[in-house]
Design a protein around this ligand. Structure first.
Ligand code: DX5
Ligand code: ZN
Length: 221
């Protein structure tokens, strides 16, 4: 099963409650929440207050993607705000293992995100600790960028490593995902497609979500 996680970053910020309710009804699986601090990435998005305000508006899984320096400082606030998954960037963590433990202790499921040029080898001793691996397919910081094709073989390699680990680990691809590359990504082994522009920029969110799911499941059959 392919999961679609619309990224709130591409939603209409003046109408967030309505946007979230619409994608919930449209069949989204997760809500992807991009947290940016203006240091780790050159942009600022929103914080735990907003995540907490949206928590009661939807039953969707909250997939919090922390694009921040020192993410250990923000695990507790986002856990309290209602995060289900908390994903930190390997590039932001000198002691990744410690942060993953901290996320679990806070009652959430831990994930690690890798920038496009970061090798999978940083996860070599950590597969057992992970519930999610997120591969960035654009440089993080902004929605609406073009998918970087060199990430496709990395997705395939990550899928092999997950299989070897013998554990259920979601393989998430984030950045520039659309109807043109969804099938190839799922064929390579992606199990969760994050899509900002492809969903919120589409005249019908329901159609966009369905199209991504159908492309994904067709490429598996
Ligand atoms: C980029 C974010 C992505 C982004 C996806 O820094 O992590 O989640 O918002 O948006 P699109 O699908 O428009 O690339
Ligand atoms: Zn993201």
């Amino acid at each position: 099963m392919i999961l679609v996680a619309p990224s709130l970053l591409a939603a209409d910020f003046a109408n967030l409650q309505r946007e979230v309710e619409e994608i919930t009804e449209a069949g989204a699986d997760w809500l992807h929440l991009d947290i940016m601090d203006g240091h780790f990435v050159p942009n600022i998005s929103f914080g735990p207050g907003l995540v907490s305000a949206l928590r009661s508006k939807t039953s969707l899984i909250f997939d919090v993607h922390l694009m921040v320096c020192q993410p250990e400082k923000f695990v507790a606030p986002f856990a309290e705000a209602g995060a289900d998954y908390i994903t930190v960037h390997a590039e932001a963590c000198p002691d990744l293992y410690r942060v993953l433990r901290q996320i679990k202790e806070a009652g959430c499921r831990p994930g690690v995100a890798l920038n496009p040029a970061t090798p999978l080898s940083v996860l070599e001793y950590l597969w057992e600790e992970l519930d999610l691996v997120l591969l960035m397919s654009v440089s993080p910081g902004f929605g609406g960028q073009e998918f970087l094709p060199f990430v496709l073989p990395k997705v395939a390699e990550a899928a092999r490593r997950i299989k070897e680990a013998g554990k259920e680990i979601f393989l998430v691809v984030d950045g520039g995902v659309n109807m043109e590359n969804a099938a190839a990504l799922v064929q390579a082994g992606a199990t969760v497609l994050v899509a900002g522009t492809a969903v919120f920029g589409h005249p019908s969110r329901a159609e966009a979500i369905k199209a991504l799911k159908d492309l994904g499941s067709k490429s598996l059959s």
